[in-house]
Design a protein around this ligand. Sequence first.
Ligand SMILES: [Fe+2]
Length: 175
Amino acid sequence: MMNGISGVGHVGIAVTNIEKSLEFYRDVVGLKLTGLWGKPYRKNRQCFVRIDNMHHNIVFFEIDETVDRAGLDTTDTAKRQKPGLHHIAFEFPEREDWLLALESVKAKGIPFVSGPYVHGHEADYYEADDNGMGFVGGSGSHAFYICDPDGNRLEFYCWMMKVTQKSIAAPNPDL
Ligand SMILES: [Fe+2]
């Protein structure tokens, strides 16, 4: 086992079009470009983008130009029913920032693929299960979801609970 990991530092994703991905992650998500590399350093183009000042949090790997991209699956990753990425989640420590993000996505006309809602026992309407209750295992976070140009599902959330003891939302916690 490993100790001392502080979080997920970055995610690498294969993309069909680096310009489209870069435009989306810059304009919609607000990430910053660190650099775009291709020949002579790399056979296929790679693009590094970041949230703040770490060199990168997401890396785009452009699919080889010899591959026919027209037939690639760009449906919502959460609906593909294939092994691999399901979603990437961006955390907002402040709810005010999360609300502004929500409004900016609406203003840009980007469709939500899920949410916004509360993931939790306290949500008796949103994301209700068959009993009309919010998901008891939910973390209490407030979340909404959109897809990037390749269908990768992105989550934006705030207020995820901490686990310090057993509860209905954390029934089997390693403490
Ligand atoms: Fe999530």
